[in-house]
Design a protein around this ligand. Structure first.
Ligand code: GDP
Length: 426
């Protein structure tokens, strides 16, 4: 019986949703512990294809209690839209619990996100404009609204008043917009609180008790290690920690409980949004990889934006696995590389001063870093039907072994297609 964190080794979109959906079959709890609806997990299973943003990826399994932990930026509208969509599409009503300590993304957070991106223009950080940065700013400035506050009108009004005092100064004088009144927000938030009521509980106590009983718990990370505000490509990071180390905080399980940390990485690189991306490809090479990648090309599950793509980056992935504390790797999208005669891989970075490094540099040094490339033999065949390591062509086996030796973490799962069963355990 384990507590497992499933996290991204790179910039996000590694295929964590698929792995969580797969491992959910043997889990009693699947917990979101950070971030909000700003990222999407694509899941393809017997019910169809889904892009989940707000709901945990265990919603397709009746054995799973899906938990929104205290560390999440809860967008209640998105939560219900997604829940209803899943049910409308034939999935049995999922079991979901929402932490009474989770905080709410308010309409003003989304508004501020948009206004700030507009104000920054080409200096923007590539926000998905879902209000996440303004939400976490308010949370740590102690201006946030907790889920439990939605059930108490007097308290909700007084907290909104406090938040809006400062916001309205910015709205009027920085962004030249109309101020917002408490009354404009209260009725909708109270209504959302009533809708949420049946789902609200102290999920921290629930998970601690589940852990004490020895139940299997999956902690589902969003985005990837390189988007972590402390260890990633700041300021092109997200606003909450994407690391397994934070899972214990954002979910509310004891730090010593997490014994298994699965870092998910693609067999090549992809990156949505702005920021340094040393291994980035341009032109035809990028286009070819982009249209072949993922389940329908490399386009963002939330934004539809074309993802930036590159070859496998051993420097970034080794670092990502290190800061995640990975105990195993799930390698996804290996099937995508089947079109190449030889497969380039990035084995080091050359810095502006000419030195070479295998260590992932700080953002200030990343901008001028260039990749050092080595080549592996391609396998030039469709491997999407392979179900065991032995089924893979020798060149594909060697590619997996190269990744394992470069990262120094065992590749425990290999995914060869977007569907649930296109997976092998090693
Ligand atoms: P997540 O946010 O980490 O869950 O990743 P996303 O869902 O945003 O992106 C992963 C993409 O890869 C999605 O389009 C998945 O359907 C797709 N995918 C996952 N595993 C595989 C795989 O092994 N092969 C292929 N071709 N696509 C995969």
């Amino acid at each position: 019986m384990t507590v497992t964190a499933i996290v991204g080794a790179n910039w996000g979109d590694e295929g964590k949703g698929k792995m969580t959906d797969y491992l959910s079959a043997e889990s009693s709890y699947v917990v979101r512990y950070q971030g909000g609806r700003n990222a999407g997990h694509t899941i393809i299973n017997d019910y169809g294809k889904f892009a989940l943003h707000m709901l945990p990826s265990g919603v397709f399994h009746q054995n799973v209690m899906n938990v929104i932990g205290p560390g999440v930026a809860l967008d209640v509208d998105a939560f219900f839209t997604e829940l209803n969509e899943v049910i409308d599409r034939g999935v049995p009503k999922p079991r979901v619990s929402v932490s009474n300590r989770a905080q709410i993304v308010l309409p003003i957070h989304r508004l501020f996100d948009e206004l700030e991106e507009k104000r920054l223009g080409d200096r923007s950080f590539g926000s998905t404009k879902q209000g996440i940065a303004p939400f976490y700013s308010d949370k740590y400035a102690k201006l946030g609204i907790q889920v439990a506050d939605l059930l108490n009108e007097t308290r909700l009004r007084s907290k909104l008043k406090q938040t809006l005092e400062a916001k309205n100064v910015l709205l009027e004088h920085l962004y030249k917009e109309k101020p917002i009144q408490v009354d404009e927000l209260v009725a909708h938030l109270l209504e959302l609180g009533e809708q949420l009521r049946p789902y609200i509980c102290d999920t921290t106590v629930m998970l601690q008790e589940a852990h004490a009983r020895g139940e299997n718990i999956l902690l589902e990370g969003q985005l990837g290690a390189l988007r972590d505000p402390d260890h990633g490509i700041y300021p092109f990071s997200t606003s909450s920690s994407t690391l397994a180390g934070f899972a214990t905080v954002g979910a509310g399980v004891p730090p010593h409980a997490i014994t298994r940390i699965m870092a998910v990485t693609k067999a090549y690189s992809s990156c949505v949004g702005s920021g340094p991306f040393v291994m980035e490809l341009e032109g035809d090479e990028a286009h070819e990889l982009r249209i072949r990648g993922g389940d329908a090309g490399e386009f963002g599950a939330t934004t539809g934006r074309p993802r930036r793509v590159g070859w496998f980056d051993a420097v970034a992935t080794r670092y990502g696995c290190m800061v995640q504390g990975a105990t195993e790797i799930a390698l996804t999208n290996l099937d995508v590389l089947g079109y190449l005669d030889r497969i380039p891989v990035c084995t080091g970075y050359k810095l502006a001063d000419g030195t070479e490094t295998q260590n992932f540099p700080v953002t200030a040094e990343l901008d001028d870093a260039t990749p050092i490339i080595a080549y592996m033999d391609g396998w030039k065949t469709d491997i999407s039907d392979a179900r065991s390591f032995e089924d893979l062509p020798a060149a594909a086996q060697k590619y997996v072994e190269f990744i394992e030796s470069a990262i120094k973490v065992k590749v425990a799962y290999i995914s060869v297609g977007p569907k649930r069963d296109q997976l092998m355990i090693r």
